[in-house]
Design a protein around this ligand. Structure first.
Ligand SMILES: Nc1ncnc2c1ncn2[C@@H]1O[C@H](COP(=O)(O)OP(=O)(O)OP(=O)(O)O)[C@@H](O)[C@H]1O
Length: 506
């Protein structure tokens, strides 16, 4: 049998005017024999066969398959086929079942973690009402764990769970919950393989088990950037059909001590400050991000430091105008070797985007062309500029204009980067006795650092690592190509939706 079913003569699909359905086997969820005279739901409408038709075609089977809807949504569509001959009907059912069991990438046993407190605290309800019935239809067995505290899932994965029993791990929650699962799985894999995570240069072993995300958080940025929409039913269907999307992961170290993994955004300066400020305003709910965003924009802090990076494709991806912006020293570093580029200056933001970081608010994301799995991260450097220019840059994230086509913004696709804030360099200068700042200035800087309320531009920001604050500003980052795999397929082209949407009812 080819990979499509085209029941034309032996089995009649129940549609108003059409005579056949064309469904890729890979997108069939399940098949079952059905009552010929029962009412069936087809294309969202309940239909009843006439008495005459039921007598002519007394046997029936129903295929549940993926149907594409608007804006990357997937739905489960039931199509009932009627046959005149019972043996032919059974042959169809058996053949489709055989074809489905030959799809070895489909999960059969899943370990599900639900964060009951993520987003609007609907994780449990979303799973029970929208996802569990689909898993059960697809004959997927599950072990469901509702987390009792932060890091419950991470620690369970790290130590307790027998991963061999499962074909995948499902995360019901937001980006923070996903980060827990990623940390648990990566740490477990490295421990089982004898790899030391604290060594920044260590090659990490890819995780052998896929992760599914059922979005139930506040932003669900990772789900949005890998599936195209935050929709629990769509994500459940991607898990059922056994999609695979590899994902790069950044490891973040401080002086050869492992800090965190990042799969989406590492942001210093503006995005670090917004997170730090918003954490103090949790009582405000999700609106805290808007509040802190406006506040930090008005505060307009900039930070001095040095970024060293090594890249696959170096150089500015975009060039632009040059108003109110003075180029700082931008030199190759002999310390790191010829492949390393050193950028020293004053920055409003330093962002490393390992994926587009698209979300409903910013459908293009921070780096629209970022690849999910090519072993690089997009290092976006926003140098000190006027407020109005920074606003232009920020507003372009929501418009068609290119947010990088500004003289104070540069983008490098890199495999590794290090960041050293200026105050660390000053400490080094102090120790070495070779600093450019005089003793008075150094003392003043120390006072400012120890008393942030003094009103000066603070000496350092915090790194926002996928929504969590890192304890150190001085970090080393390395990209690990395709370290994890998701049950996703990346964002489908609009044409796929148009084509397949219409094919499902030819
Ligand atoms: N049972 C629990 N009690 C308290 N916190 C939990 C529990 N389970 C998980 N967490 C923590 O809750 C944090 C936030 O959860 P989650 O990411 O699911 O939602 P969110 O923050 O609303 O969404 P997003 O991260 O997409 O903005 C996570 O960092 C996770 O570690």
């Amino acid at each position: 049998m080819p990979d499509k079913i085209l029941p034309r003569e032996s089995a009649q699909p129940r549609t108003k005017s059409s005579s056949s359905y064309c469904v890729p086997v890979s997108e069939i969820i399940t098949v079952r024999e059905t009552e010929a005279d029962s009412r069936t739901k087809d294309n969202g409408r309940w239909q009843k066969m006439s008495q005459k038709a039921t007598e002519a075609y007394p046997y029936a089977f129903t295929v549940s398959c993926v149907k594409r809807a608007r804006q990357h949504h997937w739905r489960c569509n039931d199509v009932t086929f009627h046959c005149a001959d019972g043996t032919v009907c059974q042959q169809w059912v058996q053949t489709i079942r055989d074809q489905l069991s030959a799809l070895t990438r489909r999960p059969k046993h899943l370990l599900v973690y639900i964060n009951p407190y993520g987003g609007k605290q609907q994780g449990k309800r979303i799973y029970e009402e929208k996802v569990a019935p689909l898993f059960s239809r697809a004959s997927i067995s599950t072990n469901v764990i509702v987390t009792e505290h932060a890091n419950h899932a991470r620690d369970h994965l790290k130590t307790d769970v027998d991963l061999k029993k499962y074909d995948g791990v499902v995360c019901v929650g937001g980006d923070g919950m996903f980060s827990e699962i990623v940390h648990g799985l990566i740490s477990r894999t490295q421990r089982d393989s004898g790899v030391e995570q604290n060594h920044a240069e260590e090659k990490l072993v890819p995780c052998g088990i896929r992760i599914g995300i059922i979005p139930a958080g506040s932003t669900d940025c990772i789900c949005y950037a890998t599936v195209g929409i935050n929709d629990p039913v769509t994500s459940a269907l991607h898990i059922i059909v056994g999609d695979s999307q590899p994902l790069d992961v950044c490891s973040v170290h401080h002086n050869n001590t492992f800090l965190k993994y990042s799969v989406s955004l590492l942001g210093y300066g503006f995005y670090g400050d917004v997170l730090t400020d918003s954490e103090r305003k949790r009582w405000m709910g999700p609106v805290r991000y808007d509040f802190s965003g406006v506040k930090m924009f008005l505060t307009h802090n900039y930070y001095e430091g040095t970024v060293c990076s090594t890249c696959q494709h170096s150089g500015q991806l975009y060039s632009g105008d040059s108003q109110d912006f003075q180029m700082d020293d931008n030199i190759s570093s002999s310390e790191y070797g010829s492949d390393w580029r050193m950028i020293r200056g004053k920055f409003l933001a330093i962002n490393a985007a390992s994926m587009s970081c698209a979300c409903p608010r910013s459908p293009k994301g921070l780096s629209p062309a970022a690849h999910l799995a090519d072993g690089t991260t997009d290092l976006i450097i926003v140098r000190k500029c006027s407020r109005i220019n920074f606003l232009r840059h920020l507003l372009r994230h929501t418009s068609k204009d290119d947010q990088f086509d500004l003289s104070f913004v540069e983008v490098h696709r890199v495999r590794k980067f290090h960041f050293t804030p200026r105050y660390c360099e000053s400490d080094w200068d102090l120790r070495q006795g070779s600093g450019e700042a005089g003793p008075g200035k150094r003392l003043f800087r120390r006072i400012c650092r120890d008393h942030p309320a003094c009103g000066c531009t603070p000496a350092h920001s915090n790194w926002n690592c996928d929504g969590e604050i890192l304890p150190h500003a001085n970090i080393q980052v390395g990209v690990h190509c395709q370290l994890i795999q998701l049950f996703a397929r990346g964002i489908e082209e609009a044409s796929v939706f148009e084509d397949l949407g219409s094919h499902s009812a030819m």
